[in-house]
Write a protein that binds this ligand. Structure first.
Ligand code: ZN
Length: 240
């Protein structure tokens, strides 16, 4: 069968209907995957950075059976797009954690790794490629903007990617991530109130107050420091 003869380095037919599509990913298969559990289909897209020095290093790791990690896609710093798994399959990228009270994020998501050490900005070519890829995946699986999250959102305190350098606002403006609230900042600064709002936004993991604040700031205002303050509430608050 044609679909069974995926050769490394060639475009993936199931993901790319047109052979003239310039955005065709390079097929670089990983052995690290399994079936999605309980008949789940992707409803989330989880963004990561590789924390490695090169895309090649990341490719090697994500395809090494010893490490038992993978993702569906890897986008190089120069914008090159590799596909490691079919979207139908369950990649091993998210690990322990939850979002909106739901666990087994691997069965519910598509994982995208961004070639970045975590210490420098993401390149324009990489961001453009990511935006086009997100748009396609979101259409293919009917995933809403609020289904696009960071690894640190679902594994707060354990994971910190895609990190403080990632431009979430850019995705939000392009309807590729949930728009942050811009509600009334005149909130009574209460830890319980903050937790309620954060949980409603998806941060449901059982974590302490400090870890929760760090995770929410990482997503919305990574420059934020010090104790909980009114500005931390705004992104979680919808306009009245
Ligand atoms: Zn990650």
């Amino acid at each position: 069968m044609e679909t069974d003869t995926l050769v490394a380095g060639t475009p993936v037919p199931s993901a790319v209907p047109s052979t003239t599509d310039a955005l065709a990913p390079i097929w670089h298969p990983s052995p690290n995957f399994g079936p999605r559990r309980d008949g789940l289909k992707p409803s989330l897209i989880v963004l990561h950075y590789t924390a490695m020095n090169s895309a090649q290093e990341a490719l090697d790791r994500l395809c090494d059976p010893v490490h038992e990690v993978s993702a569906h896609y890897l986008i190089g710093n120069d914008g090159t797009l590799w596909q490691l798994l079919l979207e139908e399959d369950r990649a091993w990228h998210a690990g322990a954690g939850e979002w909106h009270g739901q666990s087994d994020i691997n069965s519910r998501s598509i994982g995208i790794e961004l070639d970045n050490t975590g210490k420098h900005p993401f390149s324009e070519r990489q961001m453009q490629r990511l935006e086009k890829l997100l748009d396609k995946i979101m259409h293919r699986w009917t995933i809403q903007p609020n289904g696009v999250i960071g690894h640190s959102d679902m594994a707060p305190g354990r994971k910190f990617d895609p990190g403080p350098r990632f431009d979430w606002l850019r995705l939000e403006r392009n309807a590729l991530a949930a728009p942050r609230g811009c509600g009334d900042c005149q909130q009574y600064v209460s830890q319980a109130r903050f937790r309620t709002l954060a949980q409603a936004a998806g941060f449901s993991a059982d974590i302490d107050d400090e870890t929760l604040l760090s995770a929410v700031r990482l997503r919305y205002r990574p420059w934020g420091a010090g104790p909980l303050q009114q500005a931390d509430f705004a992104p979680l608050t919808t306009q009245a």
